[in-house]
Design a protein around this ligand. Structure first.
Ligand SMILES: [Zn+2]
Ligand SMILES: [Zn+2]
Length: 134
């Protein structure tokens, strides 16, 4: 149960990290996650609201009001600390994703542990995003 919830939270964060230049309504996030086909069950709207609320409270996501409407839009908070995590770039659509810091650290540690190579944290992994991979 808890693991399931964490997976949804990670999927949500992953989606926002790959679209860090845009802000979305909850409905747009739901649609976007469905279209990205990441394989994780997309949380329903009420779950999404709850997850988003937690992320806003923890400071990972910023909430703003769209124009002069009463609709809230959400965007991942991009610290100036892009030097602390790896990035992934899709060679098909050019999308740049910010990798989770802990995940980046684990990958870099793993490579460093063989004593042959040290990966620079500005490394960009090239590949295909979840939309383009098929
Ligand atoms: Zn970054
Ligand atoms: Zn792509």
């Amino acid at each position: 149960m808890a693991v399931y919830k964490t997976a949804q939270r990670e999927a949500l964060l992953g989606f926002l990290r790959c679209n860090s230049d845009k802000s979305f309504t909850v409905r747009e996030i739901e649609q976007g996650m469905k279209n990205s086909g990441s394989g994780v069950t997309v949380p329903g709207e009420s779950t999404l609201y709850r997850l988003i609320k937690e992320l806003v409270e923890s400071g990972e996501v910023r909430r703003t009001v769209m124009g002069n409407s009463r609709t809230f839009v959400y965007q991942i908070v991009n610290g100036s600390d892009c030097g602390h995590h790896l990035h992934m770039k899709c060679k098909v659509c050019g999308k740049l994703c910010h990798m989770d810091e802990q995940e980046s650290r684990e990958i870099m540690e793993k490579i460093r542990s063989n004593d042959l190579f040290e990966v620079d944290s500005s490394t960009i992994l090239i590949g295909k995003c979840s939309v383009c991979k098929d």
